[in-house]
Design a protein around this ligand. Structure first.
Ligand code: HEC
Length: 108
């Protein structure tokens, strides 16, 4: 029984650690917050064209998926205008304060 528990702990840790490494690795959330206000809020405040979007609008994995697969399909030019590092920073900020994160945040 003890050995099985140890194995389970190892597997769980590996999964958590693996997931974290994959998530927005290398982004700077402080810069991301600033960029988010500058680049995203214009269209994503209350009553704006894109509808209100905050870090809490999605879960951590939904944000990762959005930045990896969707890439702001609704208006692709928004993401095209930002470089890789800027997008990574924004992704990190949104991820860190996602609905299921440790510090969910409603305002940008
Ligand atoms: C020029 C205006 C504009 C800017 C700037 C903009 N967006 Fe958008 N965004 C939109 C529009 C329009 C939609 C589509 C809304 C809809 O489908 O109702 C959208 C959709 C989205 C969605 C999809 C919402 C969903 O339901 O999944 C997300 C997430 C999003 N934007 C995030 C961002 C982020 C992050 C940034 C900053 C990097 C950003 N947007 C900048 C206009 C903008």
């Amino acid at each position: 029984m003890k050995t099985i528990n140890k194995i389970l702990v190892c597997v769980t840790l590996a999964l958590c650690f693996g997931a974290q490494v994959q998530a927005a690795d290398g982004g700077n959330p402080k810069k991301g917050k600033h960029l988010y206000k500058k680049e995203c809020k214009a269209c994503h405040g209350v009553g704006d064209e894109g509808g209100e979007i905050t870090p809490m609008s999605k879960t951590m994995s939904q944000w990762d998926r959005f930045f990896k697969r969707n890439k702001h399909k609704a208006k692709a030019e928004v993401f095209n205008a930002l470089d890789e590092q800027e997008l990574l920073d924004i992704q990190q900020f949104l991820y860190d304060h996602a609905a299921d994160s440790d510090q969910p945040q409603t305002c940008g």
